[in-house]
Design a binder for this molecule. Structure first.
Ligand code: BGC
Length: 753
């Protein structure tokens, strides 16, 4: 239970984050977790059966020094909630202002009672710093309390492949109430200096303390004894900083850390907290969703938005979004296709366009590595295969069916470029970065297909689609369709750059050795002759060749005890079954929706959804959006419910490992693209909303090309308020409305559900 709460109450500021571990000693169940973005360790691959082409390592964002530690001993008795009787225990995650508050009363085995309030945050204003206010009040005794403020760098990743520790000590320094510990990662030699400064107050006055200093291997602390009287509150303020060699020369790390500590100490807790609240208010102003009539849904969506904003702030193009963010070790804090396929829409609509642009530039910077990755697998001439899992551009996933075969990720990266330009209108992105990436990706697809003499068409063999419950299939419709889309888009992008910046176009052609006539003709030939499996009788696309040979049973035919099948069935049984882990064909309908009419969508939806077990948290959101599009508001709402409170209610029994951060973006998509029916078409925002029956209203914020809109849907209709100064044309149920600056429009409901 505690590990679940530790995940849910996690804190982060894009640059660092942590699980909601206790400050004081805790001998019960806990998963300690402190993470510094971008600092990773290449943990040597561990597999049963080595396959050529596997990456040598899995890059993991490391569990880093614990800076929250404050041990409390009351007359030599350790305050450890695992050994105490605890009452009034409360944890509050204040999402409005961005802090965590924990309060409790503990009765120690000796009978001494103490009341504690611990408040802390990772500052999003000073994003290398965090602060804690820890107060304790003896309720039935007067005595001596020993307070040890510490930084513990002797930390291990729970998921370490060989049970190794990943950090070495570089230096430490302890001086009065300040301490610094610099650690270096093995192999990668990243250095992180963690610093702390503490103050102790009684009756609002700072105590002059002479701490006993402790220096041990990878551990620094200052211990202070304070006399405490019954009902008298003692407060410890602890300021901490993490600075990394990603941002400073190593020889300047200690000085840099000292500067951050001096800065935040000078500001003090109250000012830091006020700045934190102000910065969070600005984030909420851009990204809040309000739901009236359903407090559980309201709490859920805000929790999702809060966690996404804690995970990625978009200030540093070297950082990305791990599926668990800073809330746990699972997935190693690395980047998946989740970013492009699920997170991009959220950041596009709720933050400055620079935020998404940085996510794209992250991949641009990895282009050379993607080319090398493809070369390792036998591709040539600048073909780029982006990794399924990465932190530095190198592939580090090592299950053959995913590493080598789940290549559809390449298309999501191209699609994100398209999506970004569609949303922002920043077509110049193609000239500076986008086109090079698109050429590399298109080249990969052009080499990955092969001409089938038998079919007299191109085919794509041996792939794994988004549905990971099928491996090594031929002609996965989604992968092939998206590959063709990439070829088309790359051709279009070439024309676009030629027209808008011919000099840059020439530079890119030279840089990429692009054989204009030949390569374009080859891509065109593939486009005209690609095999895409379909069943004309049923009027559906086929997930892959042979899908209809499977026993055609439905999810409804499964017994409750068979589910989830990934925990109950052997892998071969899953592979042979028709059951689909997550949107596969339907993922294609989501991305390329304008290419298919509603009836085609309906046939495919009605066929595939009943065979989908939604055992990836990324699945329900796509289904919610498509169900809404089909006019089935009730089903859309049901799908939404499956992810909205996934972690808060621990639906999948796995929240203790961390929260499902990337699927939280999917929850946002369900509301805005599903219930709100928001799209961008021809440079304009369009809405096709409906109001879930359980809600009396909902509203969301959208940033669009410099304008901030508040879209509210209630029983009366659709209200759009333009909070910016210039006018904007939006479409509601396909009708254009001009929304002047600082004004609103109202439209009547027309959604047919
Ligand atoms: C899903 C993938 C996803 C990964 C990380 C897997 O369970 O099938 O689509 O990229 O989790 O979230």
């Amino acid at each position: 239970m505690n590990k679940i709460s530790e995940s849910i109450f996690s804190l982060g500021n894009g640059r660092m984050g942590q699980r909601a571990n206790f400050e004081e000693t805790y001998s019960g169940e806990t998963l300690p977790g402190n993470y510094v973005a971008g600092v990773y360790y290449p943990d040597k691959t561990r597999v049963g059966w080595w396959k050529n082409g596997y990456p040598e390592y899995f890059a993991k964002v490391l569990n880093a020094a614990n800076w929250i530690g404050i041990d409390i001993k009351i007359n030599n008795e350790v305050l450890d909630l695992n050994n105490c009787q605890v009452s009034d225990f409360r944890r509050v995650l204040n999402m409005q202002e961005g802090y965590l508050l924990r309060t409790f009363t503990a009765t120690l085995p000796s009978g001494k009672q103490v009341k504690v309030a611990a408040q802390r945050f990772c500052s999003i204003v000073d994003d290398e710093a965090g602060a804690i206010r820890y107060s304790f009040t003896p309720l039935n005794f007067t005595g001596e309390v020993t307070v040890t403020n510490f930084i513990d760098g002797d930390i291990k990743n729970q998921d370490s492949n060989y049970d190794e520790k990943f950090w070495d000590e570089v230096q430490k320094e302890v001086n009065l109430n300040t301490a610094y510990l610099t650690l270096r990662t093995k192999k990668t030699a990243f250095e992180v200096c963690t610093g702390m400064h503490f103050e102790i107050q009684q009756n609002g006055k700072a105590l002059t303390v002479e701490p006993t200093l402790i220096e041990q291997d990878k551990f620094v602390a200052g211990t202070v004894k304070v006399v405490v009287a019954e009902n008298q509150e003692t407060t410890i303020y602890k300021y901490a900083a993490n600075v990394s060699s990603e941002n400073y020369p190593k020889e300047e790390l200690l000085t840099a850390c000292k500067k951050v500590i001096a800065k935040v100490t000078a500001k003090g807790f109250a000012q830091l907290l006020a700045e934190q609240a102000e910065a969070w208010a600005a984030k909420w102003e851009e990204s809040d969703i309000m739901i009236e009539g359903d407090p559980a849904a309201q709490q859920a969506i805000r929790f999702n938005i809060f966690q996404l904003n804690q995970t990625y702030t978009g200030e540093d193009a070297r950082l990305n979004i791990g599926p668990k963010g800073f809330t746990g070790e699972k997935y190693g804090g690395t980047t998946y296709w989740d970013t492009e396929a699920y997170c991009v829409p959220f950041y596009l609509a709720t933050a400055d366009q620079q935020v998404t642009r940085n996510l794209l530039i992250y991949r641009y910077k990895h282009l050379q590595k993607a080319i090398e990755n493809a070369e390792k697998l036998g591709f040539k001439n600048g073909a780029a295969l982006y990794p399924m899992v990465t932190i530095n551009g190198e592939e580090c996933h090592n299950e053959w069916e995913i590493t080598f075969e789940e290549i559809h990720r390449n298309a999501a990266i191209a699609f994100a470029i398209y999506n970004y330009i569609r949303y922002t209108g920043d077509a110049a992105y193609l000239n500076d970065y986008g086109l090079e990436v698109l050429v590399g990706i298109a080249r990969f697809w052009a080499q990955r297909v092969n001409w089938s003499e038998a079919k007299q068409q191109y085919v794509m063999l041996g792939v794994t689609g988004p549905n990971e419950y099928e491996n090594n299939v031929n002609n996965n419709w989604y992968t092939s369709t998206m590959a063709m889309w990439c070829l088309e888009y790359a051709l279009e992008a070439l024309e676009c750059v030629k027209n808008q910046a011919v000099d840059k176009y020439r530079v890119i052609l030279t840089k990429t050795n692009f054989e204009k006539a030949e390569e374009k003709a080859q891509w065109q030939h593939i486009l005209e002759n690609m095999y895409l499996p379909a069943d004309n009788e049923k009027g559906i696309f086929l997930q892959q060749d042979g899908y209809l040979d499977k026993e055609q049973i439905l999810v409804n035919d499964l017994l409750p005890e068979d589910r989830p099948i990934n925990q109950k069935w052997s892998w071969d049984r899953i592979l042979r079954s028709p059951f689909i882990k997550q949107a596969d064909v339907l993922q294609g309908f989501y991305f390329l929706e304008d290419r298919f009419d509603l009836e085609t969508l309906r046939r495919n939806f009605d066929y595939y959804e009943p065979r989908t077990v939604h055992e990836s948290s990324l699945s329900p959101c796509v289904h919610a959006i498509l169900a809404a599009k089909l006019g089935d508001g009730e089903r859309a709402y049901q799908f939404y419910l499956r992810t909205a409170r996934l972690d808060l209610d621990d639906y999948n029994n796995d929240t203790e490992d961390g929260c499902h951060i990337t699927s939280m973006a999917g929850t946002w998509m369900s509301v805005v693209e599903g219930f709100g029916g928001m799209r961008v078409r021809n440079d304009k925002l369009t809405f096709n909303p409906f109001l879930p029956v359980k809600w009396s209203s909902f509203s969301f914020k959208v940033n669009f090309r410099g304008a901030l809109l508040k879209v509210k849907i209630n029983k009366q209709g659709v209200q759009i308020f333009n909070q910016s100064d210039s006018a904007l044309i939006v479409l509601v149920y396909n009708k254009p409305y001009e929304v002047n600056g600082q004004s609103e429009i109202l439209a009547a409901h027309e959604y047919v559900a």
